[in-house]
Design a protein around this ligand. Structure first.
Ligand SMILES: Nc1ncnc2c1ncn2[C@@H]1O[C@H](COP(=O)(O)OP(=O)(O)OP(=O)(O)O)[C@@H](O)[C@H]1O
Length: 316
C-alpha cells in the first residue's frame, strides 16, 4: 500500500478544472517530486492531500486516511513546509519552534532541531530578520517538529545560494534516512533529478508522466545524450549522421553537436580517428530531466529563476 494513493482526482474552481483526473502513488520512504509549470495544479493537488481542499471526484488516501474525513488525525502525522508561516513578525526563532512544539503530544526537541538545521546562532533572532536561507531552513525545521511520517516541502531551496542548496539537499536526504517520506514540489530539474526517487510531471491539471527520473528521461527523450566538439579539420557532418546510434548532427558555429543513443559516442570517436580528425572542447552530456521536461511540457519551467544553476555536465 502506498503512503499516498491518488486515483482520478478532480478539482474545479467554478468553471475552471484545476485537476482533471490525476492519479499517482507515493511509496513509504520515498522522496517523491511534483513538478510542472505555473498553474499546472501542483498546489491544488497537495492541498487535497493535506485535507485543505475537498476534491470534486476521485479517491485520495494519505497514510491510509481520508484527508477530509480524518483531517485531524492526519495533521498529527504530516509536516507541511509553508513559504509563509503566518508567524508573528516579532517572534524569535527558538520561540517559533517551541510554539509549534506545543501543538504536538510528542514533539522533537527544539534545541536539537536548531542544531540540525544550523540555526543555533540565530535562536534569539527575530524571524523577520532571518536571511532567505535561514528562513527557509526554519520553515523546514518547523515542518519536522511533530515527528511526521510524511512531510511536504514546497520549493525548499528557492532563494538559496548554490552551497545552501546542496546543504539543504543533504538535510532532505537525512530527513528521508530517518524514515520520513518526503513530497517535494520543485521547479528545479537538477534538484528533482538529484533528490527524487520518483516523480510526477503535472501540466494543465493532468499527470503527463510519472516514474523514476531515469525512466522519465528514457520515456520522454529516448535517453542517450549529446556530444559537442570542435573538429581540428573540415568535417562533412553527413558522414557522422549514418553512424550507429547517431540521431542527429548539427553545426553550432565552429562546433559540431551530435545527439544519439547507445554507443554513439564511441562510434563517432572512432570515425573521427579514422579520418585523422582531432577534437577540442569536447563535452559529453547525458540527456537530463530538463530535456525530458521540455519534451513533455513543450517548454522550460515557466518560472525557473533566471539565475537557476546550470546542470553540471560531464566534461570529457
Ligand atoms: N482558489 C482558487 N480559485 C480559483 N482558481 C484557482 C484557485 N487556486 C488555484 N486556482 C487556479 O487553478 C489552477 C491550478 O493552480 P495551482 O495553484 O494548483 O497550480 P500550481 O501548479 O501550484 O502553480 P504554481 O507553480 O504557480 O504554484 C490555476 O489555473 C490557478 O489559477
Amino acid at each position: 500500500m502506498g503512503i499516498i494513493e491518488v486515483d482520478g482526482l478532480v478539482k474545479r474552481y467554478g468553471g475552471h478544472v484545476a485537476l482533471d483526473g490525476v492519479s499517482f502513488e507515493v511509496g513509504e520512504g520515498e522522496i517523491f517530486g511534483i513538478l510542472g509549470p505555473n498553474g499546472a495544479g501542483k498546489t491544488t493537488a497537495v492541498e487535497c492531500l493535506e485535507g485543505l481542499r475537498a476534491p470534486d471526484a476521485g479517491r485520495v488516501r494519505v497514510l491510509g486516511l481520508d484527508p477530509r474525513r480524518d483531517g485531524d488525525r492526519l495533521r498529527e502525522r504530516i509536516g507541511v513546509q509553508l513559504q509563509q508561516t503566518g508567524l508573528p513578525a516579532s517572534i524569535r526563532v527558538r520561540e517559533a519552534l517551541e510554539l509549534y512544539a506545543s501543538f504536538y503530544r510528542s514533539p522533537r526537541d527544539p534545541g536539537e532541531l536548531l542544531a540540525e538545521w544550523d540555526l543555533e546562532d540565530k535562536r534569539r533572532a527575530r524571524v523577520r530578520k532571518l536571511s532567505g536561507g535561514q528562513a527557509q531552513r526554519l520553515h523546514i525545521a518547523l515542518a519536522l517538529v511533530g515527528r511526521p511520517d510524511l512531510v511536504f516541502l514546497d520549493e525548499p531551496t528557492t532563494g538559496l545560494d548554490p552551497r545552501g542548496r546542496r546543504a539543504t539537499w543533504e538535510l532532505i536526504r537525512r530527513v528521508r534516512a530517518s524514515g520520513v517520506t518526503v513530497v517535494l514540489i520543485s521547479h528545479f530539474m537538477d534538484e528533482a533529478e538529484e533528490l527524487c526517487d520518483r516523480l510526477a510531471v503535472f501540466d494543465r491539471g493532468k499527470v503527463l508522466a510519472s516514474g523514476t527520473p531515469e525512466a522519465l528521461i528514457e520515456e520522454a527523450t529516448g535517453g542517450g545524450g549529446r556530444m559537442r566538439f570542435r573538429p581540428s579539420a573540415e568535417l562533412d557532418v553527413a558522414d557522422l549522421a549514418g553512424l550507429p546510434g547517431v540521431g542527429g548532427v548539427e553545426r553550432s558555429g565552429r562546433h559540431v553537436v551530435v545527439s544519439g543513443t547507445g554507443d554513439f559516442a564511441a562510434a563517432v570517436t572512432s570515425a573521427l580517428a579514422r579520418r585523422h580528425v582531432l577534437v577540442a572542447d569536447l563535452r559529453v552530456e547525458q540527456t537530463s530531466l530538463d530535456d525530458a521536461y521540455v519534451a513533455l511540457t513543450g517548454g522550460p519551467p515557466a518560472d525557473a529563476p533566471a539565475d537557476a544553476p546550470a546542470r553540471p555536465s560531464d566534461r570529457a
